[in-house]
Design a protein around this ligand. Structure first.
Ligand SMILES: Cc1cc2nc3c(=O)[nH]c(=O)nc-3n(C[C@H](O)[C@H](O)[C@H](O)COP(=O)(O)OP(=O)(O)OC[C@H]3O[C@@H](n4cnc5c(N)ncnc54)[C@H](O)[C@@H]3O)c2cc1C
Length: 391
């Protein structure tokens, strides 16, 4: 069998390298940076922040795949207390009670691809509930107005992330670097040739799996049509001297923001006596990062009094087009840039035509790209499962 080259060593590239090597191919993995992991890396030092707030979903196919291979890192569940909401300017513990019957009416309904989420939700509930549910989807869309996305994109993901008891979110102890380390160990154990600091400027010999961010894949492929819609968000990570009573999560039903105290489930993320908070506020069209940051800080003021006096450390980042695919009304994952580019070139990543939530898309597209690359390389790659529907 000929060699398969994988360009990019994030979740997609690592998954592809593992799958191709497990399928019997000789694999070379080329990564531009000095370390593997891409956007799944966490920062070094005493404050271990992920690249934006990151959780793994226990009910998803990526989780099952990690379990099967004994690659799941240590993790923590959601702490029981401390979830708050901002609604109409007020930070509160309980959802507006009048809304609950409306939300329950939506459960179990199949949302249409062609309609925007806000209109669909309003047609079964009311404008107020539809607005609140739209903003709640900010946590995984990183979009200033999730209500304008396809209803079929938003609703199943909202049910999965926010309305499925018990909650499926899990926190990787020590940050997502632990997940990357686990995948890297498997890659190396399988004998994959890993080359770090290797920025690929031209497509290598095929079969090749391009597992970079989509904008970089577009450049490598010389194809401007390789693009898709994604979020634009301001991320603020802060270290705080610990104070009893700080919430674990604040879901912002007014402006689609989110605050999460990651050190609540995992104390190793911040120095002793401190907390690590990761917060995000989607940037509106025409808005500057400073303006979005000011809105986020107002949410923090309302949620964690005295946080400014307690601040010990901060990191601010803007993620533009880097937080996964979003589907507009009339489109679904099947319309995104295809995995198979022809002539032995395959795409993988979180903006590619594959189902799933956030990094699950990177993983699922990598499996599909590997199946096709193995076929091309002459192995029985068809034994891999094909893409199947998942929110
Ligand atoms: C704010 C934010 C929050 C998120 N939250 C979650 C979450 O809670 N749960 C979740 O599951 N996912 C989450 N995600 C998504 C998750 O981080 C990504 O889906 C995943 O990391 C993408 O992996 P990837 O391999 O597709 O891309 P990347 O991680 O971007 O990997 C691409 C790799 O390719 C390399 N590369 C690029 N160009 C070249 C080149 N020319 N030659 C060689 N190498 C190259 C890069 O250096 C990089 O290592 C979040 C993302 C963001 C931004």
């Amino acid at each position: 069998m000929s060699q398969i080259t994988v360009v990019g060593g994030g979740i997609a590239g690592l998954t592809a390298a593992i799958t191709c090597a497990e399928g019997g191919a000789s694999v070379a993995l080329l990564e531009a940076h000095d370390a593997l992991g891409g956007r799944a890396r966490s920062s070094e030092g005493p404050y271990k922040t992920n690249f934006g707030p990151h959780v793994l979903y226990k009910d998803g196919p990526l989780w099952g795949w990690l379990v099967e291979r004994d690659l799941l890192p240590r993790y923590a569940g959601i702490p029981l207390a401390g979830i708050k909401l901002r609604w109409q300017g007020e930070v509160r513990r309980t959802p507006p009670l009048g809304m609950l019957p409306s939300v329950l009416r939506l459960r179990g309904r199949e949302a249409p691809i062609d309609l925007d989420f806000r209109s669909w939700a309003a047609s079964h509930t009311d404008e107020r509930t539809a607005a609140a549910l739209s903003a709640a989807a900010g946590v995984y869309t990183f979009h200033h107005d999730p209500g304008e996305l396809s209803a079929a994109f938003v609703w199943p993901r909202t049910v999965r992330t926010l309305f499925s008891p018990p909650p499926a979110a899990r926190y990787v102890i020590g940050g997502w670097n632990a997940l990357v380390a686990s995948l890297e160990a498997r890659v190396r154990a399988l004998g994959v040739t890993v080359q770090l600091g290797q920025r690929v400027e031209e497509l290598p010999q095929t079969p090749v799996i391009v597992a970079t961010e989509l904008s970089q894949a577009s450049e490598l492929l010389g194809d401007d049509s390789v693009s898709w819609m994604s979020g634009h968000t301001l991320c603020l990570d802060v270290g705080l001297r610990r104070r009893r009573g700080d919430p674990f999560v604040v879901s912002d039903l007014d402006e689609a923001g989110w605050i999460e105290r990651f050190s609540a489930p995992d104390r190793t993320l911040a120095p002793k006596g401190e907390d690590l908070v990761q917060a995000q506020m989607p940037v509106r069209p025409g808005e500057s990062a400073d303006q979005a940051a000011a809105r986020l800080e107002r949410l923090m003021d309302a949620s964690m009094p005295t946080w400014r006096e307690r601040e010990t450390w901060r990191r601010r980042q803007v993620m533009d087009g880097r937080s996964g695919a979003l589907d507009a009304p009339g489109t679904s994952w099947r319309d995104r840039p295809a995995v198979d580019r022809g002539d032995g070139v395959f795409l993988a990543g979180d903006m590619v035509a594959a189902p799933g939530l956030l990094s699950e898309v990177a993983w699922a597209s990598a499996l599909e790209a590997s199946r096709l690359a193995l076929e091309k390389a002459g192995s029985a790659g068809g034994a891999q499962p094909r893409l199947r529907e998942v929110a």
